[in-house]
Design a protein around this ligand. Sequence first.
Ligand SMILES: Cc1cc2nc3c(=O)[nH]c(=O)nc-3n(C[C@H](O)[C@H](O)[C@H](O)COP(=O)(O)OP(=O)(O)OC[C@H]3O[C@@H](n4cnc5c(N)ncnc54)[C@H](O)[C@@H]3O)c2cc1C
Length: 465
Amino acid sequence: MTQIVIVGGSDAGISAALRVREVDAACQISVVVADAFPNYSICGLPYYLSGEVRDWRALAHRTRAEIEAGGVTLLLEHTATHLDLAHCAVHTQTANGSERVIPYDRLILATGATPRRPPISGIELEGVFFLHSMKSSFQLQRYLSTHRTRHVAIIGGGYIGLEMAEALTHRGIHVILLQRGASVLSTVDSSIGARVRETLDRHRVDVTTNAPVVAIERHGRRLRVRSAATTLAECDAVLVATGVKPETALAQTAGLSLGAQEAIVVDERMATAQPGVYAAGDCIVTHHRLLSEPRYLPLGTTAHKQGRVAGENAAGGARVFAGSVGTQVVRVFETVIARTGLLEREASAAGYSPLTVEITTWDHKVYSLGAQELVVRLTADRDTGRVLGAQMLGSLNSAIAKRIDVVAAGFHAGIMVDQLNDLDLSYTPPLGSPWDPLQVAAQAWLAERAAGHAAPLTSAARTAE
Ligand SMILES: Cc1cc2nc3c(=O)[nH]c(=O)nc-3n(C[C@H](O)[C@H](O)[C@H](O)COP(=O)(O)OP(=O)(O)OC[C@H]3O[C@@H](n4cnc5c(N)ncnc54)[C@H](O)[C@@H]3O)c2cc1C
């Protein structure tokens, strides 16, 4: 009987296990998980901490019993300490020190990522938190519930920092958001970032940009967050949300090849160069459909798909991961921001000749109740007309996520701007317009290119269509 061992029991690891079971009912599947929370949606942690999700158990994609009922053996609170690739075995250890060697025929590494710890003195102080696991969310929850916490500084204005700014504000906590760069949410262009900041301002989140934090100091019951020159925040707790790095110590020690940001190198089948060893999720480099080089793109949606591909292939299949196009969406209070593909600067760096337009239009016919404005930025190659990227910002009811997904789907067909304009998209006045906002942007882009502007430009086209 084929023995498949998976290290890691989150999005990628459990997706792999479930796919193995679907493809091969006979093989034995063991998942080695360092923590006690297999298959929890860590993407939901901000909503647990805000109180929107009342019981953390609701975050389970599947319960332990449901996974085990599928014939998957879960070895919880077992840390893989060493990979013996020569003898096809994984060495594990439990918290009480008991060791075990688990042989495998196929191995899938799904060890994910860990929070980056920027070089900030005092980062280890009590009252300073990271957020990446169920355990880390319990630590923060306990602190917020047992300490008088009125002001929290969040270091990092990426999507987790923003989701947590919303979550803590909902708890009645005053948030000071410290962003190293010039605008928040640097995964979108600064014109969109400026609008995100307006949303934060409306909700009394204090945002400081160009604020590189160098130190956190304790002064009595309070923490002081400092840049080299000035005090940035006086607060009761600090959340560090400065991104993640792949958890690849095991792979590195075993001699597996590492690539961008020290993530594991795999081929399109999720196979490493070591026969019988696969890897998936936040611990690997990812194929990007619009770029020639692999990228490190740690996202839950990608981890699920890669895990499924790794599982199928470990079970003897020949599945290929279709690649990522970097599609992301985030809710910040009543505002939704989404992107897919490349920003203009990324497109330029990749050798394209990008032209970007930005339009503001309505999410549906203005005569129909509740019409809201939304913003679309569309980037395409000036020479070929190939769509390279889209960014959108709008309100919760403006179907921002699903609209960006139209472009994401189009990337899989190498969509051109005029083809985007020609798509047969749905329309009824309370939900849309005869020309979807994406198509309004496509027309603005075609007009800009026809006008023959020499340099990249931004146009504001406004339509009540
Ligand atoms: C607050 C937050 C919000 C997020 N929101 C979104 C979102 O809205 N959309 C989105 O697409 N993505 C989101 N993400 C990212 C997403 O959660 C990750 O991309 C995804 O969880 C990656 O899954 P993974 O299985 O690769 O790794 P991880 O979730 O990091 O899991 C790694 C697993 O490996 C185990 N492990 C590690 N080392 C060992 C070892 N030596 N031995 C045994 N087990 C080990 C861990 O215990 C864990 O089970 C969010 C992340 C966070 C933290």
